[in-house]
Design a binder for this molecule. Structure first.
Ligand code: NAI
Ligand code: MG
Length: 491
């Protein structure tokens, strides 16, 4: 028999399930644990220490102490950058294990963990490593005999609350700018996917970060998350997740007037004009929605196709969507794994039902897979109207709604008729049309003839109820610094 050169991937051993406070791994104060579930088998992967108010309190005290007193507080900025580079090195050294652990906990295909999540994590950490010694103020010509300059100082102790769709990448997006600026961190990973963040915590210690700079408290939102949001020792909350959760957080944080940044949901319009390279647009429409099982804040979930090409476009799109390879995420050829958990699976299936009941045409998919695991077929609805719930609500699953349009003015109006404003895309060969749409659409990111192109240097975030502040790029440094103005009397 010929030896096959196809690499095989398997679930790694889980090495860390405790709480990280002040450089030490501990059980929760209450002694409680919670299970993290394998979305393929529906079985428990591991029991994880369940942090709550008391653990958050200890973590915040450690982070506060590290911010004010520890070696971190006086470390040269360039040395902070070197620590970030060291962490990136360790992620590279543990690439196989971390990508497999991500696939185990989240269910995403191993090919995606290896080609997207891990490389983006490494790139993000290195990008912010480079910023650490390049954060500076200005000298400002004021009236009178004074010398005025500004400094950008770290905001302080940052509570960071992240979701489960890109568990490790969300850690990198949050830690990169916070560490580059000299803040300290209490992170609460999502209860569905705590494992890669905890393993990264081990690498933090190995990299040599001072104790208390990075603390990790796994647990649930309304308990550990809420305690972090309310804690008076926390200066800032950075949150990624549901827009409705952000409203709860904003209200809870108001008592201590914390700085807030939010990266939230969307119902992003993906607009295809008849003059576009249609094959490229079909591939972009498929990738823009089905990537990561449709669990993307920026998913192109409202696909507007110009009327004259609508029929041929949808026909090919359906072919392509239905040929996606659903199954074991550890197989290299799998392109779609299970949804992350039962709650998401149930939510998505209920939207599919609403689509069918509401009169949209379900052209492919529309059913869960039989047997174990939270698998849902890639689903395409046509004849969708703007008022249907599948066209207005964030479904966060493999469900694409196709709408047809006649002209630019109409599609701009309809694209903007939403409380969300995270991302948008336009497909056309006409440069004027691309610019007109990019300028008129109310969204934080606009992709032209591409979708889901991310770079650590390019800011990302939402207009309207899709967010506050920007992640990535130089822009994210503003989330983690406060501006100080110093005026000296020269008289
Ligand atoms: P969620 O917003 O409840 O969870 C995200 C994070 O917030 C988790 O770490 C969770 O523990 C924490 N959290 C929840 N309630 C909290 C509270 N009261 N205080 C502090 N932290 C809290 O999102 P969930 O329930 O996982 O998903 C619901 C829907 O949200 C999804 O179906 C999807 O539509 C949307 N979503 C959007 C994401 C995005 O990237 N924009 C990511 C995840 C979910
Ligand atoms: Mg929730």
């Amino acid at each position: 028999m010929a030896v096959t050169d196809t690499k095989t991937f398997t679930a790694p051993k889980v090495k860390q399930t405790k709480i990280l406070i002040n450089g030490e791994w501990r059980d929760s104060v209450s002694g409680k644990t919670f299970p993290t579930i394998n979305p393929v088998t529906e079985e428990v992967i591991a029991e994880v220490a369940e942090g709550d108010k008391a653990d958050i309190d200890l973590a915040v005290k450690a982070a506060r102490n590290a911010f004010e007193n520890g070696p971190w507080a006086t470390m040269d900025a360039r040395d902070r950058g070197q620590l970030l580079h060291r962490l990136a090195d360790l992620v590279e050294e543990n690439f196989d294990e971390l990508s497999a652990l991500e696939t185990l906990d989240n269910g995403k295909p191993i090919s995606d963990s290896r080609a997207a999540d891990l490389p983006l994590v490494i790139d993000c950490l290195r990008y912010y490593a480079g910023w650490a010694d390049k954060i500076h103020g200005q000298t400002i010509p004021v009236r009178g005999n004074y010398f005025t300059y500004t400094k950008r100082e770290p905001t302080g102790v940052c509570g960071q609350i992240i979701p489960w769709n890109f568990p490790l990448l969300m850690v990198a997006w949050k830690w990169g700018p916070a560490l580059a600026t000299g803040c300290t961190i209490v992170m609460k990973p999502a209860e569905q996917t705590p494992l890669t963040c905890l393993r990264l915590g081990e690498l933090v210690i190995e990299a040599g970060f001072p104790e208390g700079v990075i603390n990790i408290v796994p647990g649930y939102g309304p308990t550990a998350g809420d305690a972090l949001v309310r804690h008076p020792g926390v200066d800032k909350i950075a949150f990624t997740g549901d827009s409705n959760t952000a409203k709860i957080i904003m209200s809870a944080a108001s008592q201590t007037l914390k700085r807030l940044t939010f990266e939230l949901g969307g119902k992003s319009p993906n607009v295809v004009f008849a003059d576009a390279d249609l094959d490229a647009a079909i591939a972009g429409a498929e990738f823009g929605l089905f990537f990561n099982q449709g669990q993307c804040c920026c998913a192109g979930s409202r696909l507007f196709v110009e009327e004259s090409v609508h029929e041929q476009f949808v026909e090919k799109l359906v072919q392509q969507a239905s040929s996606r390879k659903l199954g074991d995420p550890f197989l290299a050829e799998t392109t779609q794994g299970p949804q992350v958990d039962k709650a998401q699976y149930d939510k998505i299936l209920s939207y599919i039902e609403k689509g069918k009941q509401g009169g949209a045409a379900c052209l492919t998919g529309g059913e869960p897979l039989e047997g174990k695991g939270y698998f849902i077929e890639p689903t395409v609805f046509a004849n969708v109207t703007d008022d249907m719930e599948i066209a207005t609500d964030e479904i966060f699953g493999p469900v694409l709604s196709v709408l047809s349009f006649k002209d630019m003015d109409e599609v701009i109006r309809r694209a903007n008729d939403t409380n969300f404003g995270l991302a948008a895309a336009v497909w056309t060969k006409d440069v004027n049309k691309a610019h007109i749409f990019a300028s008129a659409v109310r969204a934080g990111t606009v992709w032209v003839n591409c979708y889901d192109v991310f770079d650590a240097a390019a800011p990302f975030g939402g207009f309207k109820q899709s967010g506050m502040g920007r992640e990535l790029g130089e822009a994210a440094l503003a989330n983690y610094t406060d501006l100080k103005t110093v005026t000296m009397n020269l008289g």
